[in-house]
Design a protein around this ligand. Structure first.
Ligand SMILES: Cc1ncc(C[n+]2csc(CCOP(=O)(O)OP(=O)(O)O)c2C)c(N)n1
Length: 278
């Protein structure tokens, strides 16, 4: 995956945004987490199409890098990456959130389709990712563990317990990415817990980098590659400033599109926004 050009990954991002809209619309009245998925597209695409060492044809390859989407409610960005990289056939898109589908509203462990762990209870996936990195280190395995967390998710106590433990264990094989979109479920992140996240992660003992625009593919890839190649024996944190709902005019930065059902008119507008951007 490491040889893909930025232009190629940019095209993948466009297709992934379209996949998010198609799957979310299929969910009908059950609704979908559109905003959290759309802010994280460039983060997930950078990992799956450039940074991570993995093989969609061999999902159980022991040396594969692991990805954990701790902000599991944003599963549509994860599913779109798994679809576009070949872990999941496109025919399953129409089953999102339907009864009996493996494409549930939060990721459910399914190694054959590239889903390493179940997640959705905020903070939990991050704790598991820290444990996976520690296990790899104990077993002298060379793969890395990448974990996507949300900024609202950092309000969870479990995050800090796991973060301090990862630093204590010098988990240089762990790279977390914080999707700093500034909006959580119940409001703006700054209105709920107004903290300096970079300072907090540094204080917890992590190697921290900040990406000015996490929806800019070049910036995202550069930061992730730097952390991947870093020899610093500390867990790594990339804080990516992003826009919730990125790419859809009426969703960008909105408090209304954390999760909800999409009607036909909104669907048509979303498709037209994406087509205009191409
Ligand atoms: C333990 C737990 N508490 C509450 C929730 C409900 N919940 C789902 S998403 C969310 C907000 C997450 O915000 P953030 O981490 O900023 O992610 P974003 O949606 O902005 O990407 C909340 C409170 C949950 N999933 N798990």
């Amino acid at each position: 995956m490491g040889t893909n050009t930025v232009e190629y990954i940019q095209e993948k991002c466009a297709v992934m945004r379209r996949d998010v809209i198609e799957m979310g619309y299929v969910a009908g009245g059950r609704g979908a987490h559109f905003g959290p998925a759309l802010s994280s597209i460039e983060i997930v695409a950078s990992l799956f199409f450039k940074v991570m060492n993995h093989d969609p044809k061999d999902p159980r390859w022991p040396e594969r890098d692991r990805f954990v989407q701790s902000k599991g409610h944003a599963c549509l960005s994860y599913y779109s990456a798994l679809i576009e990289s070949g872990y999941i056939d496109k025919k399953y898109m129409s089953t999102f959130k339907q009864d009996e589908s493996f494409l549930s509203g939060h990721p459910s462990r399914n190694i054959e389709h590239g889903i390493e762990i179940s997640s959705g209870s905020l903070g939990n996936g991050f704790g598991v990712a820290c444990g996976m990195a520690k296990a790899a280190k104990i077993k002298n395995e060379n793969h890395k563990v990448y974990c996507l967390v949300g900024d609202g998710e950092c309000n969870e106590g479990i995050i800090w317990e796991a973060a301090m433990n990862a630093a204590k264990n010098n988990l240089g094989n762990l790279v977390a990415i914080l999707d700093r979109n500034g909006v959580q479920l119940a409001g703006k992140t700054s209105d709920i817990m107004d903290v300096d996240l970079a300072a907090m992660w540094k204080a917890a003992g992590w190697d921290v980098a900040v990406v000015e625009d996490g929806n800019d593919l070049n910036q995202m890839i550069e930061a992730l590659e730097a952390m991947k190649n870093s020899t610093v024996e500390k867990p790594h944190m990339v804080i990516a400033n992003t826009t919730k709902g990125k790419g859809i005019s009426y969703m960008e930065g909105s408090l209304n599109w954390h999760a909800r059902a999409m009607d036909e008119e909104q669907y048509k507008q979303a498709v037209s926004d994406l087509e205009a951007a191409e």
